[in-house]
Design a protein around this ligand. Structure first.
Ligand SMILES: *[C@@H]1O[C@H](CO)[C@@H](O)[C@H](O)[C@H]1NC(C)=O
Length: 307
């Protein structure tokens, strides 16, 4: 029979156990509610794209060399190349590249995931976007792999789309572990976007050679294009220089980070993202970086036909 003293010491211990298990739930429990699965898998599409673009840009080799298992057997990308980068930019791009490998692993070890989609990362895929952004055919065609500025402008196109997707996904998630994963991805993705924007902001007034268009104007046109293609509600994208009333607190034209009237990050739905990365303004019609469409249940459910 327990003595009164051992009973009284058991009660606090029992309470401690109860509280510590309920605190641990959420951090350690990796169960993902069924409704979260598609939302967590969808961003793999963008993470594959970023991994391949950054790995190739920095080294000339992609996931098939660095982490073949993470491709889950999907086809190799088309047209990705080693970029002609200065050593400082190459170092940063290599860091981003390896971060994307981690992101792919983190998502795939949380949900089943899907194979790498077929990606078109050719210079032509990027020059088509830049022509659409500027509303005229650039000559010579824009080559993302030609130098550091061009590569950074091409990079401006991608992580930002991922970050708006993570902001959009977050309120729809139910599981604590799902939210933790998305917050972790969002933090680093927006950090990448900030670094790219900062490097471009420093060179904002320089012309993108040989075009008579400045770096800041390029970013403005790319942001406008994304907003047009996504046709979400209102502005969700902003270049590096904005009319003063659209800057932070409506008081400043410099716009090194994009944000709404309260300087909160914009959100986008998976459908808005597909319209942008397909370059077709339609989640039913693939193209752009994803000639055969993105993968996963959300993207496949919108396709007008089988690819
Ligand atoms: C890649 O994109 C370019 C530009 O849109 C296009 O001309 C080319 O056919 C595409 N390549 C593949 C393999 O889809």
């Amino acid at each position: 029979m327990a003595s009164p003293s051992s009973t009284s010491s058991f009660l606090p211990f029992f309470l401690f156990l109860l509280i510590s298990t309920s605190l641990c739930y959420g951090y350690d429990d990796r169960t993902v509610p069924e409704g979260d699965v598609d939302l967590l898998e969808f961003p793999l599409n963008l993470e594959y794209l970023e991994a391949e673009f950054f790995l190739h840009g920095a080294t000339g080799f992609g996931l098939d060399w660095f982490a073949p298992d993470l491709t889950m057997g999907g086809p190799p990308p088309h047209g990705a190349r080693l970029a002609f980068l200065d050593p400082f930019t190459r170092d940063i791009v290599m860091q981003f590249a390896l971060q994307e490998v981690g992101h792919l692993r983190a998502i795939q070890s949380t949900v089943r995931g899907f194979p790498r989609p077929f990606l078109n990362l050719s210079a032509e895929a990027f020059s088509t976007i830049m022509n659409n952004a500027l509303g005229r055919v650039l000559f010579p065609p824009f080559d993302p792999y030609a130098n550091s500025i061009n590569y950074l402008l091409a990079s401006y196109v991608i992580p930002y789309v991922g970050l708006t997707g993570y902001v959009g996904a977050n309120p729809k998630l139910r599981g604590a572990y799902s939210k933790r994963l998305v917050a972790g991805l969002l933090g680093v993705e927006s950090g990448q976007d900030a670094v790219i924007r900062m490097l471009l902001y420093e060179r904002g007034a320089l012309p993108v050679v040989p075009y008579k268009v400045t770096v800041a104007e390029f970013t403005d046109r790319i942001s406008n294009l994304r907003d047009r293609l996504g046709h979400g509600l209102g502005t969700k994208d902003e270049g590096l220089l904005v009319p003063r009333r659209e800057g932070a607190e409506g008081r400043i034209p410099g716009n090194v980070l994009a944000g709404d009237k309260d300087s909160l990050a914009y959100d986008r739905t998976p459908e808005e993202i597909l319209r942008i990365v397909y370059g077709t303004s339609s989640e039913a019609n693939p193209g752009g970086f994803y000639p055969r469409g993105a993968n996963g249940r959300i993207a496949r459910s919108h396709l007008a036909r089988k690819y």
